[in-house]
Every structure is written in C-alpha cells, then in structure tokens.
Design a protein around this ligand. Structure first.
Ligand code: CO8
Length: 274
C-alpha cells in the first residue's frame, strides 16, 4: 500500500495536516494543493478544535509547485496557452486556496522543518504562528521572477507586512532566498530550536506539545474571536493582492514563459540561486 501524500487527523483541540512527500521535498502538484485545501476546509469546520497545525516531513517543508505535475506535462500543447486551462488550473485554484488560508477560523500554525518555496511559502506566510526547527536550515524562496511568474498566494502583501519592504523587494524583485535569521529578525518566526531535534517527527511532536500546553485553560471562543479581530486589519490587503496577482499571473501563463521554465527545472537545466 502506498503511503498517503498528505494526511489529516484530529488530536484533542487541534487538526493536524502533514505533508508526506519527503523524496520530492514536499513539492505539491495541482491535485495535492487541492487536497491540502480540502483538509484546511475540513479543519475549519471541526467543532471541537481551536488550532490547525500544518507540518511536514524530511528536510524541506515544501519545495512549492511540483514542476513534474502530470496534468501540466501531459496537457495538450494548445491547452497550455488557453484561457480555459489557466482559469481553472491556476486562477480559480490560487484564489480559492489563498482565501481558504486567509479566512481560516482557527489559529493556523506552521511547524517548519526546513526551507519553503513558491506557493507553499505564500501559504506559510498566511499562518498565525510559525515555529522553526533550525534557523540555519530554513529560508523562504519566492522564485517567481526566475520562473516568469508574479507573486502568488497574496505574498505581495504578506512578504511586505511580515518582513518589511526591503526584504520583500529582495524576495520578489531579485528572487533571493530570505534566510532563517532574517525571517527571525523581522519577527516572522515565533520560536526556533537551534536544530536540537534529531528528526522532523520529534520536532513536530514537540511543537504540538508546546501548543497544547499554551492553550490549556484558555477560553476557546475568546481565542477564535480574537483571531477574527486580528485578521480584520489585514483582510483588505490580502484580498486585493490575491485578485491582482492572479490576473497578472494569468497573463504570464498565456505569454508562455513559465511553461518553459518549469520544463527547464524538471530537466535540471536551471537551478535557483541560493
Ligand atoms: N517539483 C518536483 N520535484 C522537485 C521539486 C519541485 N518543485 N523540487 C525538488 N524536487 C525533487 C527533485 O527533482 C529531486 O528529485 P529526484 O531525486 O527524483 O531527482 C528531489 O526533489 C531533490 O531535489 P534536488 O536534488 O534538486 O535537491 P537540492 O537540495 O539540490 O535543491 C532545491 C533543492 C533548490 C529546492 C531545488 O530542488 C529546486 O530548485 N526545486 C524547485 C523549486 C521550485 O522552483 N518550485 C516551484 C516554485 S513556484 C510555485 O510554487 C508556484 C508556481 C505555480 C504553478 C502552477 C502550475 C499549475
């Protein structure tokens, strides 16, 4: 029996979503982003939980969109330049996923075991609490400018609000990785553990335990209402960025540049500068 690529479970007051594709650095194809979104939706509707934890496996949290996505690779070449294809596979999916993360009712936690790239990094930037296994083995890479794309997942808004203009400029204009230390100094990271855990599983367990301790004896409804209040001040910028990004992104796919770049990545002809 093959192992599940993404799993979902409820433990006490938390829904736990785990990315489980370590051999591909937890890169996600279109179907897997859809599955992740459906689990986030399920977690949103849980009656007994106050937190949703997204965790991963292996050495990367997620290397972003899977450049070997079968639906993309096996598509009719004509489709790859059509509005119909990209409206459903890109515009609708990104708007939906970004909204799901932004509008999530529970406290959204990312337990980060390693680097995070592309659309996955945008989703992490929409999380409320971010715990990092080892700052020295963590970076955020938003390589859109290197792929002929534009910011996704409202990252044009969240990179600015969470890292400041200068780091957001480096990330988006120069496609530079933002180091764990820079993320920590900018206030993005709640806590890091200097690599004291031997495995990602051990780290994940520890983060869950800390979270359960932290919410013990707190009033669930106050937590959830405070989440709604806190996000009020960011909703407008996230929603505006989301719609602007997908319109510009659609234009890029119709021009055809990203298709070629994805193929080059898949053939290992190009690499990102790290
Ligand atoms: N997709 C598929 N497989 C991947 C990916 C990926 N994004 N990243 C890594 N892998 C695979 C590699 O192919 C390799 O597999 P194998 O062992 O079978 O050859 C394995 O993971 C290990 O990778 P590397 O050997 O490359 O590991 P390195 O440590 O040398 O390098 C890097 C790590 C720098 C992360 C490198 O793998 C890399 O650059 N990956 C690509 C990252 C990337 O560009 N992701 C896409 C970001 S853009 C995005 O997320 C939004 C785009 C929207 C697309 C919408 C489509 C419909």
């Amino acid at each position: 029996m093959s192992e599940e690529d993404i799993t979902y479970e409820v433990k006490g007051k938390a829904a736990i979503i785990t990315l489980n594709i370590p051999k591909k650095l937890n890169a996600l194809d279109g179907e897997q982003y859809l599955k992740l979104g459906k689990f986030v939706e399920e977690a949103n509707n849980e009656e007994e939980t106050v937190m949703t934890v997204i965790q991963s496996s292996g050495k990367f949290f997620s290397a972003g969109a899977n450049f070997g996505d079968k639906k993309l690779m096996q598509a009719d070449p004509q489709d790859l330049f059509s509005h119909e294809y990209w409206l459903s596979r890109f515009v609708a999916r990104n708007v939906w996923l970004t909204n799901l993360f932004n509008d999530h009712k529970k406290v959204l936690v990312a337990a980060i075991n390693g680097p995070v790239i592309g659309l996955s990094s945008a989703l992490v930037l929409l999380c409320d609490l971010i715990y990092v296994k080892d700052l020295n083995n963590f970076y955020i890479l938003a390589p859109f400018a290197n792929l002929g794309l534009v910011a996704e997942g409202a990252s044009s808004a969240t990179l600015l609000s969470r890292l400041g203009w200068s780091k957001a400029s480096e990330a988006l204009f120069l496609a530079k990785p933002i180091s764990g230390k820079d993320c920590y100094n900018a206030g993005l990271v709640n806590k890091h553990y200097d690599g004291k855990f031997k495995s990602t599983e051990e780290f994940n367990e520890h983060v869950q335990k800390e979270l359960f301790d932290a919410i013990e004896n707190l009033h669930d409804d106050s937590i959830l209402q405070n989440k709604q209040l806190l996000k009020l001040s960011r909703d407008q910028s996230i929603n505006h960025a989301n719609s602007q990004e997908v319109m510009r992104g659609l234009g890029k796919w119709l021009e055809g540049v990203p298709q070629g770049r994805f193929q080059q990545l898949a053939m290992k002809e190009v690499k990102h500068k790290l």
